[in-house]
Design a protein around this ligand. Structure first.
Ligand code: ADP
Length: 542
């Protein structure tokens, strides 16, 4: 027997329609590339998104065609999020930190018809325009006064605000198939060519529901949300959609992501929840510590994309009374997979046990199932010790990469994440490594993440990266690279002695190298493979 409920497709545009109707007065604040702060309301966002949908129709963008964006977090990017997907086209967010070869590859591979860009990226766009053939039109996301005098390429350059002014806001969001594509994001491709993940309206809306829940990101109409995670990466962890769903005030930081700018924004706009990768928070924490400042409104910060060092959790929570929400996800998962929120019996844990728990990436949100498996594919127990390859499946997990040139990645219906993890009896997953970063010493695995975590507990350590280096006796041994805080006199021996009660003796790195900085990739993560290449023979040649 069929149920007798209405059948309404789950569509991205419905999030915006809801925000306009029920939270029309709520504010969206954007730091603009032009240098000033822009404010408007959800009502204005919805109206301008409809105008932009008319612009896209006038440019001849057909349903399913890709529209690229190369832009910071700002209101115009938000308008494109909804105008493009809402009108049936596919929003393709481009990561400006990728190498130009990769960007050109991605634009051609996705066959982007139009590319919208923030003025910061004009020089990059000019170089890209000379290499790619698919986009015929480039749109500068600015007004007439800030338009460049000339565009050194034969493609057409248009002005965003001119286009908006030319079109009215009468537009009916089409009733699309909820399984049709809404947006596209390429993995950063640390190995091989980047791969496209094509999200659907249904997967996006379901992800939005689940990620907003109290035990997920815990978002409400009383929140002021600052996504520092860029909107060019994995739909900025769902926050642009979540903000519309719950009617939160949204603060979009634009290009200035340094500690000083972020701190000023957090305080001025009274941000309650922020989200970003650990390297961004490092900058913020250093700035606030130097100023002797505090957070007057921020209550929670979502940290993901890379392991959150315990030292960072301690600093946020004990010094500033800001709760850390450690989360794990990936491009292929839209991205949220697990969030580390406590279960009832964990709320009374002693301090050290609580921090040990918060170092874990957390438990599944509804909609994602996970398992760990050994080398023969056999499922491993959730005992907090067994370590294996992490697999996931669920409503917002990709089943095939865009373009179909790669074999479908699934194994028996599960997506192999490329992460190595353990899961405890409460269902909390902890990543010990990415499979390609694992250190295999004498046939046993050593967790680089645990060593980095232990090193970061030392007050003089600013950043720690542990990699495998070839070893004549043990195949591989851990090698630790450290950047220290200003004024530090830390030595390698002191740091190794510091590990005594923190990690197993045989896990201790055989050497510590002090470096000024470490290479960061397009999403702010440490490029371990570069360091592995550089130091691969450190123990062999030493
Ligand atoms: P890529 O860096 O390959 O482009 P993503 O940006 O999608 O891919 O990142 C996904 C990967 O980032 C995960 O597979 C995992 O290795 C890592 N990651 C994400 N969140 C965390 C976390 N909280 N702790 C540890 N690793 C994480």
């Amino acid at each position: 027997m069929q149920g007798l409920m209405m059948q309404q497709p789950l569509l991205v545009a419905s999030l915006l329609m809801h925000a306009e109707r029920h939270h029309g007065e709520q504010e969206i604040v954007s730091c603009r590339v032009e240098g000033d702060v822009h404010r408007y309301r959800y009502r204005d966002l919805a109206q301008r998104a409809r105008r932009m949908a008319n612009v896209l129709a006038s440019l001849g963008i057909a349903p399913g065609e890709r529209v690229g964006t190369l832009a910071w977090n700002g209101y115009r990017h938000m308008e494109l999020y909804f105008a493009v997907s809402g009108s049936g086209a596919v929003l393709h967010t481009l990561n400006p930190r990728l190498h130009i070869d990769q960007l050109s590859y991605i634009i051609e591979h996705a066959e982007d018809r139009v590319v919208f860009f923030d003025m910061t990226f004009l020089p990059l766009i000019e170089r890209i325009a000379a290499r790619v053939t698919s986009p015929k039109v480039f749109v500068a996301m600015t007004d007439r006064a800030n338009m460049p005098q000339a565009f050194s390429h034969s493609s057409t350059l248009m002005c965003y605000e001119d286009l908006i002014d030319l079109h009215g806001d009468a537009f009916e969001w089409p009733l699309l198939d909820e399984n049709s594509a809404s947006s596209l994001c390429y993995t950063s491709g640390t190995t091989g060519n980047p791969k496209g993940v094509l999200y659907s309206h249904r997967s996006t809306v379901l992800h939005t529901y689940a990620a907003a829940l109290p035990d997920s990101l815990n978002c409400s109409a009383r929140d002021v949300i600052l996504p520092v995670v860029p909107m060019f990466h994995v739909n900025a962890w769902g926050l642009p959609y979540i903000a519309c769903m719950v009617g939160a005030k949204l603060v979009l930081p634009g290009p200035a992501l340094d500690g000083k700018s972020l701190y000023r924004l957090i305080e001025t706009e009274q941000v309650t929840l922020s989200a970003g990768v650990p390297t961004v928070w490092q900058g913020l924490l250093s700035h606030v510590a130097e100023q002797g400042g505090s957070f007057s409104s921020m209550r929670r910060t979502l940290i993901g994309g890379a392991p959150c060092p315990t030292a960072m959790t301690v600093e946020f929570q004990e010094r500033y009374h800001v709760d850390v929400l450690h989360a794990w996800g990936m491009t292929e998962l839209s991205p949220v997979g697990t969030v580390c929120s406590f279960k009832m019996h964990q709320t009374t844990l002693a301090c050290h046990a609580r921090y040990a728990l918060q170092a874990k990436q957390g438990r599944s949100v509804f909609g994602i199932d996970m398992k760990i498996a050994g080398p023969d594919g056999e499922e491993l127990p959730w005992d907090g010790h067994a370590t294996g390859d992490l697999f996931v499946r669920g409503h917002w997990v990709t089943r095939q990469y865009f373009g179909g040139d790669d074999a479908p990645p699934l194994r028996d219906g599960w997506f192999p994440t490329g992460d190595v993890a353990k899961i405890d009896s409460d269902g909390f997953m902890q990543i010990t490594d990415r499979s390609k970063d694992v250190i295999k010493s004498g046939g046993e695995w050593i967790s680089s993440v645990d060593i980095e975590n232990a090193a970061c507990l030392h007050p003089h350590v600013a950043m720690a990266v542990c990699i495998a280096a070839r070893h004549p006796k043990w195949d591989e041994r851990p090698l630790l690279l450290i950047s220290t805080r200003p004024g530090s006199t830390l030595t390698g021996d002191e740091l190794l002695a510091f590990f005594d009660d923190k990690i197993a003796k045989w896990w201790k790195p055989d050497a510590v190298i002090f470096v000024d900085s470490v290479p960061l990739g397009a999403t702010g993560k440490v490029l371990k493979h570069q360091l592995r290449e550089r130091y691969a023979n450190y123990y062999v040649s030493a």
